[in-house]
Design a protein around this ligand. Structure first.
Ligand SMILES: Cc1cc2nc3c(=O)[nH]c(=O)nc-3n(C[C@H](O)[C@H](O)[C@H](O)COP(=O)(O)O)c2cc1C
Length: 170
């Protein structure tokens, strides 16, 4: 059964959720972004697509740096809070228990408990429709082999499934 529906079809892609950290005058912000992905191997670049109306947009635009912390499957609540409240009106760090650790190369800290974290310096910014693309050069990367990713599908958070081992080598 194939359904012809542009808008609804978007719900049938699968992404993960990154917690994007940024810092303005010593105040840290955190925002959820499912549109965040590696876009170059050598050099290692990560793109994050940020709506112009987000507080995060102004902060990254002026500071030129951001942290990317990919959520583990224990962090659905954090992804919900970071993605439904704005720095403009709320201190998200007071609403939920975001724990951070310091970055080595950028000012904004990274979020603890994630499956992987990256420190990025903006090397390019351009418009993609109604979002800004920030291209970040990765200066440091961390991972936790004991964590599993948060999966975002049909507008909901999921656990990752089991690996396929039959019929093919992948
Ligand atoms: C699961 C999830 C994924 C999101 N992905 C993005 C995204 O990729 N880009 C974006 O601009 N906003 C995204 N948002 C919305 C922002 O996180 C939301 O508008 C947030 O409140 C912005 O915070 P700020 O104003 O403090 O920057 C997402 C929200 C959720 C819940």
């Amino acid at each position: 059964m194939r359904v012809n529906d542009i808008l609804e079809s978007q719900n049938y892609t699968t992404t993960t959720v990154a917690l994007i950290t940024s810092e303005l005058d010593g105040r840290v912000n955190v925002m959820s972004a499912e549109w965040s992905i590696r876009v170059s191997i050598d050099e290692f670049l990560i793109a994050v697509f940020v709506g112009y109306e987000r507080a995060t947009y102004q902060i990254i635009h002026s500071s030129g740096e951001f942290g990317v912390s990919y959520c583990s499957d224990e962090q659905g609540y954090l992804a919900y809070i970071a993605g439904n409240y704005s720095f403009k009106t709320h201190d998200k760090f007071k609403i939920a228990e975001f724990t951070t650790f310091p970055s080595s190369h950028i000012k904004p800290p990274l979020i603890e408990g994630c499956i992987s974290n990256y420190e990025c310096k903006v090397v390019d910014e351009f418009r993609t429709g109604d979002h800004a693309a920030f291209i970040g050069k990765v200066l440091a990367g961390y991972y936790d082999p004991d964590k599993k990713p948060l999966v975002f599908h049909k507008g909901k958070f999921h656990y990752i499934g089991t690996r396929m081992t039959h019929d093919h080598p992948f």
